[in-house]
Design a protein around this ligand. Structure first.
Ligand code: ACM
Length: 628
């Protein structure tokens, strides 16, 4: 009798458990209605598409389902199937080009959209509705349930970007594809590919072979970027890599199949040391000893974004050969990338070598330019003429506003949103990616735990980003993106660690209506994605489990306050050189640090188990952090 009771109980719990598959979507859809019950995908389920343009989406779905389930599902044309992908015969204006509806009942699932892009995102939603094991690359035997839901969904912004810097560190073709795979899971649609910088030129330009023979390679160095030894003369450059034009075409196609537009960046006139190492004649000094930087110190920074380059890294704007060079580069780049935009950088261009150059002085005189800074405007306008001749639009970092730009240029605001506001008020289109909210290279957790870099940016701050500043006409804000610079990214695993979960937060910022965003709800969905990432073998940061520790100073005393991003954590600490655990002091309210050579040690727990890192901060570090 007892055994029978237990059996019934187990069955009931199982049933209830299966029926309440929680819906945890990122980004949060515009409209989501949950119902009761679920549809179970089985080996006899049928997947169909009613329009040939939907075939590719159906094939991608079937491949993903079969990989994890071990089924042999096939995508077939028609409108009878348990999972139907349907292109609407009368387009629904509310859904636009990328929106979709997804209706799942106990009998099956219908995804409808105006265009394949919408079906693609409906499919991504379906994958997130399935159990987490759908992310497995090996067959898992289980019940493949989809909860009953009705979803209407479409993006807030058309530009939902993620940038990857492959210049400071090179990432392979397959790694780039993995980056794109992760983007689409969260409905990001614009891949900004930072292909050139002082530390490497990564794209084959057939008419300028030295760009990759020389510019793609640096000497081997280890350790913290910026502190490394400069190349020794005659030292061989062995570290790096580049994408052949065939590689680029392959990635462009891969992206296109996944509704991703690639915006290639050729960063000029500054950040061009790799190009100058290849063709020194493009610079003012024409120094033939210039080498691709291995991450050694080449500049002095004075705060307030002002700096001096000790090695020349800017193209010479007064030399017509530079424009011939750029024409060759952009001819090949424009032919490879079908998107309308080419990003031309324009950031952090040091003009000191221009000031001292007779050619630049003569050009300034000829143009009636008084400030050398304004030569950048001249340069950018020349670049734009080149791009226009290839049928492309110019986008650049917000420095392109300095010295004047043409009305058609689009601005990517990175030094805060100030440049973006100014540009939008002048009628330029703008992509918002400010350091304050969208710089994914910044440390996301405790600075003494994560590899150190310029600044910090927590997940919660990313999530609080509002891309349309007050007083700006929203029609000029194309959207936003997250920027992942790779100075401190030696491996692709670490790329993932820095990108996630912050890229998920930005994905929701750029997709979901502002009024539907909710941090408490989001962070729960993030934890659900952690489990999925784990199964997919995708790395991510667990910084949400580490408290952010704030120190204020009052009457010479240090006051410690701590805040966690994840819910349900208990934070324990010591100030007596004992190791903290759940039996030591529990943090509840800000406290005063005892005087003396005290070290603060902190660790967070959940459900009685440690979940965060052990954080150890000595008094001098705490003093440094103190704000009045
Ligand atoms: C930039 O971060 N230099 C655009």
């Amino acid at each position: 009798m007892k055994t029978l009771l237990s059996l019934v109980l187990i069955l009931m719990v199982g049933l209830v458990h299966a029926q309440v598959s929680p819906v945890n979507l990122i980004p949060q859809p515009v409209e989501l209605k949950t119902g009761s019950g679920f549809y179970t995908l089985t080996k006899v389920s049928t997947i169909c598409f009613d329009n040939a343009v939907a075939k590719d989406v159906a094939e991608i779905l079937v491949k993903k389902l079969n990989t994890a389930s071990g089924f042999s599902l096939k995508a077939v044309p028609g409108n009878k199937g348990s999972v139907r992908l349907s292109i609407s015969t009368t387009p629904d204006p509310q859904l636009g080009a990328e929106g979709y509806t997804l209706v799942s009942t106990t009998k099956g699932i219908v995804i409808s959209a105006n265009q394949p892009a919408g079906l693609f995102y409906g499919m991504q939603t379906l994958l997130q509705l399935l159990p987490k094991e759908i992310e497995s690359k090996k067959v898992v035997s289980m019940k493949w349930t989809v909860p009953v839901v009705t979803i209407t969904d479409y993006p807030r912004f058309e530009w939902r970007g993620l940038m990857l810097d492959v210049a400071r560190n090179f990432f392979t073709k397959d790694e780039v594809k993995q980056y794109l795979d992760e983007m689409v899971r969260f409905k990001l649609n614009t891949f900004h590919w930072h292909l050139t910088d002082d530390e490497g030129w990564r794209i084959e330009i057939k008419s300028l072979p030295k760009l990759t023979e020389v510019g793609a390679w640096r000497v081997e160095r280890f350790g913290h970027f910026g502190d490394r030894e400069a190349p020794r003369s005659a030292e061989k450059a062995t570290v790096g890599g580049f994408y052949t034009q065939d590689d680029i075409r392959e990635i462009v196609q891969y992206a296109k199949d996944r509704n991703i537009t690639i915006v290639p960046e050729i960063d000029v006139p500054g950040h061009s040391m790799a190009a100058i190492a290849s063709y020194p004649e493009l610079s003012c000094k024409k120094d033939t000893t210039t080498r691709v930087s291995p991450g050694s110190k080449f500049s002095d920074w004075y705060g307030n974004s002002t700096f001096k380059m000790n090695i020349e890294n800017a193209l010479n704007p007064s030399d017509e050969n530079v424009y011939i060079f750029l024409d060759k580069v952009f001819t090949e780049v424009a032919a490879l990338f079908p998107g309308q935009y080419i990003h031309v950088g324009g950031d952090e261009c040091y003009k000191g070598f221009w000031s001292d150059d007779a050619g630049c002085q003569a050009l300034m005189k000829q143009l009636g330019i008084r400030h050398v800074e304004d030569l950048q405007g001249y340069f950018m306008n020349r670049v734009e003429v080149i791009l226009k001749a290839k049928g492309k639009k110019l986008i650049g970092w917000d420095e392109i506003l300095d010295g004047g730009i043409t009305p058609d240029a689009t601005v990517m605001s990175w030094r805060g949103v100030k440049g973006g506001i100014e540009a939008a008020k002048m009628g330029h289109y703008v992509v918002m990616s400010p350091t304050t909210h969208a710089y994914l290279d910044y440390t996301q957790g405790e600075r003494t735990i994560d590899p150190p870099i310029y600044a910090s940016l927590r997940l919660k701050k990313c999530y609080s980003f509002e891309p349309v500043p007050d007083g700006v006409d929203a029609k000029y804000i194309l959207g936003g993106q997250g920027n992942l610079w790779s100075e401190q990214l030696p491996t692709f695993r670490h790329v993932q660690y820095m990108a996630y979960p912050r890229a998920w937060a930005l994905a929701e910022v750029y997709w979901t209506p502002r009024e539907s965003r909710n941090w408490d709800n989001f962070v729960g969905r993030v934890e659900n994605q952690f489990v999925r990432a784990e199964i997919a073998g995708v790395n991510y940061s667990k910084a949400i489990y580490d408290p952010s520790i704030k120190i204020t100073k009052s009457n010479g005393k240090l006051i410690v306050s701590m805040e966690c991003e994840a819910p349900g954590l208990d934070v324990f600490y010591t100030t007596d050189d004992a190791m903290p655990d759940r039996y030591t002091l529990k943090y509840t309210l800000p406290f005063t640090l005892p005087d003396g050579p005290v070290t603060l040690r902190v660790i967070s727990y959940r459900d009685g188990k440690p979940i965060g890192h052990l954080i150890t901060l000595k008094r001098d570090e705490l003093e440094k952090r103190a704000t009045k």
